[in-house]
Ligand binder design. Structure first.
Ligand code: NAP
Length: 306
């Protein structure tokens, strides 16, 4: 049946190469569930794939887009019922280049149950950022006695990393533009402006950072080591080249439904928040433009009508 709408692109380029296409409804394979998507995240990875700057990602035009979904199970593939999931269950999770669509089929083992108290947009917003931030804090062994410097603390990964670190008892210094400084305070971080004066601004807080997470790139690693943080406690999710130059760590937090479930549970209990910048599904171009701007707080999410 040709009924599902999905965000696709037919060539690499700027956001307006995206269009909404009608595609055949996908059928769940063995061990998969099909999810009717209610909200879908957009992230910098999607921008890079669409721009053609990630040649290691295999693309076939017309290419669908999106790595993050939240929705309701509407069909079970062979054997999927054994997992305990049933039609009607609300779920969220990671997928590969097909999440910005009305329907997505995913291996049941990768789906995480959505708590009732979490709405679909917030659930979708947490998918990638939670797994990345939680994995990064784990790899960097951030603990209660640490002072964590988060570069790009207002972004999706920074938002989760800041709050998880605070929950571990660490103190957090977060970099953002001044417009996001009150937001960082609400998350429990001490805000500082990024840019050439960052090292002095961090010193002016009176705290000495012991560990850093770079979600910004540019000078972030150099500035972190200039502040005296041991290179093996400087982790980046952005800049492999600078990491190699400074002996810093590339944090390759892999996907983990368990980590996602942990963060989702915290959010459902009101211990962690993620502001959503919501766009109607039909406005995928605007959503990509927003992510590509590299500014703003929280997470860009596409909303699909039930
Ligand atoms: N999302 C993931 O799971 C994931 C996984 C692996 C790698 N990454 C990479 O990690 C980076 C961040 O991802 P994200 O999803 O958190 O992005 P995002 O939500 O789009 O974050 C954008 C943030 O970056 C801040 N920013 C812009 N320029 C900056 C600078 N020069 N110094 C410090 N902060 C700056 C902005 O703050 P202001 O608005 O205040 O300017 C904004 O809050 C991206 O490069 C992405 O490719 C992400």
């Amino acid at each position: 049946m040709w009924a599902m709408r999905a965000v696709v692109f037919d060539r690499f380029g700027p956001p307006d190469v995206l269009r909404i296409a009608d595609l055949p409804d996908p059928e769940p394979g063995p061990g998969e569930v099909r999810v009717r998507v209610r909200a879908a995240g957009v992230q910098p990875f999607d921008v890079g794939v669409r721009r053609g700057t990630m040649p290691w990602v295999q693309v076939r035009f017309p290419q669908t887009s999106g790595q993050e979904y939240a929705g309701v199970v509407d069909r079970l593939g062979e054997g999927a019922a054994e997992s305990g999931f049933a039609v009607g269950d609300a779920v969220l999770g990671s997928t590969m280049l097909n999440g910005n669509a009305e329907l997505v089929c995913v291996p049941v083992a990768t789906a995480v149950r959505k708590p009732d108290r979490l709405d679909f947009p917030t659930a979708a917003a947490l998918v990638a950022a939670s797994q990345t931030a939680s994995g990064a804090l784990h790899e960097l062994a951030v603990a209660g006695e640490d002072v964590l410097l988060v570069h790009a603390a207002a972004g999706s990964v920074g938002t989760v990393a800041t709050q998880l670190a605070r929950l571990r008892g660490a103190r957090v210094i977060g970099t953002a533009s001044p417009a996001n400084h009150d937001y960082l305070r609400q998350l429990g971080a001490i805000p500082v402006a990024y840019g050439d004066a960052l090292v002095d601004a961090v010193r002016a807080t009176g705290l000495t950072p012991t560990v850093a997470l770079d979600a910004a790139g540019g000078e972030a690693i150099a500035q972190s080591t200039a502040l005296g943080i041991a290179p093996d406690r400087v982790g980046t999710i952005v800049d492999d080249k600078a990491a190699a130059e400074h002996g810093a760590r590339v944090v390759r937090a892999g996907r983990s439904p368990e980590r996602l479930a942990e963060v989702v549970a915290l959010a459902a209990r009101g211990r962690l928040t993620m502001p959503v910048r919501a766009y109607p599904f039909a406005d995928a171009v605007a959503a990509h433009t927003a992510v590509e701007s590299r500014h703003g707080r929280g997470k860009v999410v596409l909303i699909l009508e039930p």
